[in-house]
Write a protein that binds this ligand. Sequence first.
Ligand code: NAP
Length: 259
Amino acid sequence: MDLGLQGKKALVCGASAGLGYACAQALVQEGVHVVIVARTEGPLKDAADRLRAIGPGRVDSVAADVTTDTGRARIFALHSDFDIVVTNAGGPPPGDFRQWGRETWHQAIDANMLAPIELIKATVDGMMARGWGRIVNITSSAVKAPVDGLGLSTGARSGLTGFVSGLARSTVARGVTINNLLPGTFDTARLAGNFNAQAQREGKSVEQVREARLAKHPAHRFGHPDELGRTCAFLCSTHAGYINGQNVLLDGGSFAGVF
Ligand code: NAP
């Protein structure tokens, strides 16, 4: 299927690895010109080289922290007229809410609520003026099915989800859709880090933790980042103009409810 994205310009955040990289890859394969962002220069440049080798879309990279004003200014110094924006950053650490103070909450809210809102603020009016745009926020299945211990992630991302739901109703008549992708358990470096931490906490091996999680999963496997990347590309496509304000869950059926 031709997604109709040839020559569009996309900003993909948190894109040197994992889910953000997979989104950038799927867009580059559709002929989109992507600007990828992450904080660490080396892996970012490597990721850009790998994406260029895939083509056909053009690839630029900006080393920046999307949670800071200066980081975002560096991105928009390169381009401001993006057709597609994929917001993404690292997730906050798990823990016990009794240990979290104001600063810890602020860091989570900065990364997983305010940074996406600032990125949307900088781009959505231009998209509406040009009559076309796609915004996709990578959030988490924990927004739909909260997990004790992931309160920082759920709290901050739920704020973003509510905000986006309201905004999306005011942009779609001008050709701009805003949707969220809710990953369940995807095989990325972050997941490996979570398993390591859990293994240490529980005095188990990483393999035991991984196997126990797989055994409980209805699909008996974790998601492949490409599955999320391709879904992102479809949501960005010209065919998806009537999908708006949605929370698209990609969890292999882990969520046990009907809706
Ligand atoms: P990952 O493999 O750790 O990749 C994160 C990417 O984001 C890296 O490129 C990282 O590079 C970049 N990044 C992190 N903080 C950034 C910042 N402040 N500014 C710019 N770039 C930043 O993570 P992932 O598994 O792809 O997860 C992506 C998001 O989805 C996270 O928020 C995560 O919590 C959420 N999520 C993931 C899963 C899963 O199963 N993987 C499930 C639910 C939710 P630098 O560190 O160099 O900046």
